[in-house]
Design a protein around this ligand. Structure first.
Ligand code: ADP
Ligand code: ZN
Ligand code: ZN
Length: 673
């Protein structure tokens, strides 16, 4: 008897299931069709999904199955290892498989009305000659030899190299090797802003490799084109931000994650995945090499590479010196602000150092990780403060365009001429952001060109590139910047970096804050100095003896990391525990906490001895965009126990009757609290 064939399809829906369709009589699909995009009827509309299986039977009666629409064969089918990656992601982060699969396909390729994508630009023969590689340093040679000697198969390396030690050169040599072996390479970077210069460097070295980039600022057409080039194999090198981890690469032979410690590898909304962790998993699934590079590795990676608990998961490779002959790491000095009291945020020692740079025609960079003019505007007469009515936060004063802005929900208002409560016209700005520092410097050094670089001054990639070009050309004397300026750039004339007010992060409630502060300061310090002009890094602090600063003075990441790992182990924090966070938000806090309490008393929780449950509590930013927010942390020393529990818990959470405006989500391995 002839039975109609069934096609199982993944669709972009918030449902933990796949959807069965009936293949039209006369059309016969085979296993080689799995991975094609397909058009299917859904409700009164059509959707584009992905064919994942041709099962023998359906749970539904055949008569209820709708007919499968067109099979889109304009692109090769998505490869099997891409499926395995998506499946892992769906299981591990507890999100629907269809959402993982479809949300990572460029919009143009999952639209019902398919736009005919133009041919990829990657295929164009490029006439340029390849840039000549430098002679390797001894340390670089050792690193490359160890990698070459470990042979084929899965190997994860943690490349710990100080800023400017030539990590990128290592990546380029490995990519060269992969190209020669006929393999594709995937290079992940944390931020879009870091892609242009790296893109230029990779393209200059491999002009014929069809390099493409993938990041969220690309338009739809370009994204579809580049993704297609990766899937067809035209592109041999893909450079991208976290979302690029899901690029289908049938001949993938190498993954590099640069600045692997960076928090932006973690997606903070929608599917909350870590691109770094998925990269390691993907390399393991494909049995290929992966290199995680950083001057300040994450403690998770450091533990994997250096501690007994890490069981040698990663192999540590080290570059301890700058690659350019004669270049040294910057001299780090602490300015004790209890003795040298800052005026308008600037100590006399820092002012003197800036003056010296001005006299020598060199650049200075002042690092202050807070945008705007001042964090709050207040009335001394009645006590009014600029408060966001939608969030538990202050509105930040932006004097450049005379606005008050909420950095959490985006609310903004015109700067009031007088106190809205009592009419007092003498409002005061408290605290200091980059705009205020810029103004102070402009007044103090009227002859100097002061340039502010933060998300307000560089909101688009174009503006950012223009600012960077100005700095390179020497058309700026003093830079005021947030962490935007901390990474990746080597400005030839920059010889002084000053950290204005780093102390707050030392005592922040977030226990990950010191790890981040150290990484940030190390990065920004790394901007200072070249071979012919040694650099200097000055830290203004009230706590000069704090071990974090002492470690910075000695450029001692290993010492600092060992100490923090000790603390984490004693406290039972990650990486010695595995965590998941359930968050709920609703117009009323009672509803948000109520949901979390119900979650806390689900049957799955009963008898869970391997998992620790914390009490539901309001989040640190307890109200955002008019929603009250609560969280419930669960934790286990064993990843598997936690995962098993989450799998049981989730369907029960979905069954909880919650008020209609309540939203909740689960985050595995949360980074922020
Ligand atoms: P990192 O990625 O560790 O910050 P890079 O690879 O960007 O380091 O190298 C820093 C600088 O040193 C760059 O200007 C680079 O061109 C240069 N460089 C790297 N390797 C060598 C080498 N073997 N010989 C000379 N210069 C090098
Ligand atoms: Zn007032
Ligand atoms: Zn707000």
């Amino acid at each position: 008897m002839f039975l109609p064939q069934i096609a199982r399809v993944a669709l972009d829906l918030p449902l933990r299931r796949l959807f069965d369709y009936r293949v039209a009589d006369g059309e016969q699909l085979s296993a080689s069709d799995i991975g094609y995009r397909v058009r299917v009827p859904f409700g009164r509309h059509e959707k584009v999904g992905i064919l994942v299986e041709l099962p023998e039977a359906s749970d539904l009666p055949l008569a209820q199955l709708k007919p499968l629409g067109d099979v889109l064969r304009d692109l090769p089918p998505l490869p099997a290892d891409w499926f395995r990656l998506a499946e892992f992601c769906a299981d591990y982060y507890h999100v629907p498989l269809g959402q993982v699969m479809l949300s990572t396909v460029p919009a143009g390729l999952r639209a019902v009305k398919q736009v005919k994508a133009r041919k990829s630009r990657a295929a164009l023969p490029n006439a340029a000659a390849a840039a000549k590689p430098p002679e390797l340093t001894g340390e670089q040679q050792v690193v490359l030899t160890s990698i070459a000697e470990s042979g084929d198969g899965f190997h994860a390396y943690l490349l710990h190299g100080v800023t400017g030690s030539g990590k990128t050169e290592i990546y380029l040599r490995l990519i060269e090797r992969a190209l020669a072996d006929g393999q594709q390479s995937l290079l992940l970077v944390p931020e879009i802003n870091l892609t242009p210069q790296l893109e230029a460097r990779v393209a200059a070295r491999f002009p014929a490799a069809g390099l493409v980039s993938l990041h969220s600022e690309l338009g739809d057409a370009a994204r579809s084109r580049n993704w297609r080039a990766a899937l067809t194999g035209e592109a041999r090198i893909v450079l991208g931000t976290r979302l690029a981890i899901f690029t289908p690469l049938p001949e993938l032979g190498l993954i590099v994650v640069d600045e692997e410690h960076d928090a932006s590898f973690k997606q903070q909304d929608g599917i909350r995945y870590s691109a770094r962790d998925l990269a390691v998993l993907r390399a393991r699934q494909r049995a290929i090499k992966i290199v995680l590079g950083s001057a300040t590795p994450s403690l998770e990676s450091w533990a994997n590479a250096t501690t007994a608990a890490g069981r040698g998961r990663y192999r540590l490779l080290t570059l301890s010196e700058r690659a350019v002959e004669g270049a040294r790491l910057p001299a780090v000095q602490r300015i004790d602000t209890r003795l040298d009291k800052p005026q308008d945020g600037l100590s006399s020692a820092l002012l003197r150092a800036i003056e010296e740079r001005l006299a020598r025609g060199e650049q200075s960079l002042l690092f202050l990780n807070r945008r705007g003019y001042a964090p709050v505007l207040a009335c001394a007469a009645c006590g009014w403060t600029s408060h966001c009515h939608r969030c538990a936060a202050n509105l930040v004063l932006h004097l450049a365009d005379r606005r008050l802005r909420c950095h959490h929900c985006g609310f903004e208002a015109r700067l009031p001429k007088a106190c809205p409560t009592c009419g007092n016209q003498d409002l005061s700005a408290f605290g200091r952001g980059t705009q205020r520092l810029e103004a102070v410097l402009a007044a103090r050094f009227p002859e100097a060109r002061v340039l502010r670089v933060d998300r307000d001054a560089a909101s688009s990639r174009k503006q950012w590139e223009a600012l960077v070009a100005r700095i390179y050309s020497g058309d700026a004397d003093i830079l005021v910047g947030t962490q935007m300026l901390a990474k990746g750039h080597d400005f030839p004339k920059l010889t002084l970096v000053g950290a204005i007010a780093p102390d707050a992060a030392l005592f922040a409630a977030d226990w990950r804050a010191p790890e981040r502060l150290f990484a940030q300061l190390m990065q920004v310090a790394g901007r200072a100095g070249r071979a012919e002009h040694p650099g200097e890094f000055l830290i203004q602090t009230q706590f000069p003896e704090h071990p974090l600063y002492t470690a910075l003075v000695g450029h001692d990441f290993p010492g600092f990391a060992a100490e923090l790992l000790d603390e984490r182990q004693q406290a039972g924090f990650p990486p010695y525990a595995h965590q998941a966070m359930l968050r709920a938000e609703a117009p009323l806090m009672a509803d948000a906490l109520g949901f979390l309490k119900s979650a806390r008393h689900c049957p799955a929780v009963e008898g869970q001895h391997a998992v620790t449950f914390y009490d539901p509590v309001p989040m640190r930013l307890a109200r955002r965009a008019s929603f009250e927010r609560g969280q419930l942390l669960v934790e286990s020393p064993a990843r598997r126990a936690l995962q098993g529990f989450l799998a049981d818990w989730l369907p029960q959470l979905e069954a909880i009757k919650a008020p209609s405006r309540l939203r909740w989500h689960l985050e595995v391995d949360p980074l922020e609290f």
